[in-house]
Write a protein that binds this ligand. Sequence first.
Ligand code: PGA
Length: 236
Amino acid sequence: MRKKIIVANWKMNKTIQEAVSFANEMNKHSNFRCDVALCAPFTALSELRKSLDKRFHVGAQNIHYEESGAFTGEVSALMIKEFCRHVIVGHSERRQLFKEDDLTINRKARTALKHGIIPVVCVGETLQERESGRTNEVVQKQIKEGLKDVDIGQVIIAYEPVWAIGTGKNATPAQAEEVHAFIRRIICSEKTRILYGGYVKPENAGSLLKQKNIDGALVGGASLDVKNFIGICQNA
Ligand code: PGA
C-alpha cells in the first residue's frame, strides 16, 4: 500500500524565523500516519532542516538543471541536497510565469534524481483546456515529456488543475480521482504516489484523500498556517 504524503508548498512566503517557529509547532506532533514534507524558500532550507524533527522532510520548490555555472540567480541540486529530500518541479506557476516547458522540467527531474532528491513533478490542465475536453490529453503529454527517461517508481507526481490553484475552487473528489486513475493507467505503476493539489484545506482533505488513487496532497495557501496544515496531516 502507498503511504500518504502531505507536502507543503510555501511558495514565496516565510522568513527564516517564521519557518523555524512553524517547525517548532510541527515538532510537537508525533501522531501523523502520513509522511510530511515542507517545501520552503531556499533561504530557509538550512535553518528549517536544523529545527525540524527528522521524521519530517524538507524540500525545495525549484532547482536549475545544471549542477553549476554561469546562471545568475539560480540554485542547483548540489547546493540543496544536504537539506532536501524533495524538490517541486514544474509547478504551474513556474510553467506560466517563468515559461518552463516539459523539456526543462524533464531535465530538472533527472538532475534531482541524480543527486538523490525526489522530484515532485506537477501536471495539470487550465480551465480552458478542461472546458474543451482536453484534460487527459494535456496531462498525458506533460507526463510523457516531463518524465521521459525517468524511473517512474522514483518520483512523486502532483496533479494540480490550474483552475483550482489559489482560486477557492477545488476539484471534487470524483473529478480528481478520475484524473488520478487516468494517470495511474498511463504510468503503469502501483508504486508511484500521485498527489492532488488545488485548494486543499482541513475541511476537504479527508474526502479527497479517501480516493483510491489520491496518495497525498500538495498544499499551498493552507500550508502557511501551521494549525491548518496540521489539520490536513491529521486527516490523512
Ligand atoms: P493552493 O495551492 O493550495 O493555494 O491552491 C496549491 C499549489 O499551488 O501547489
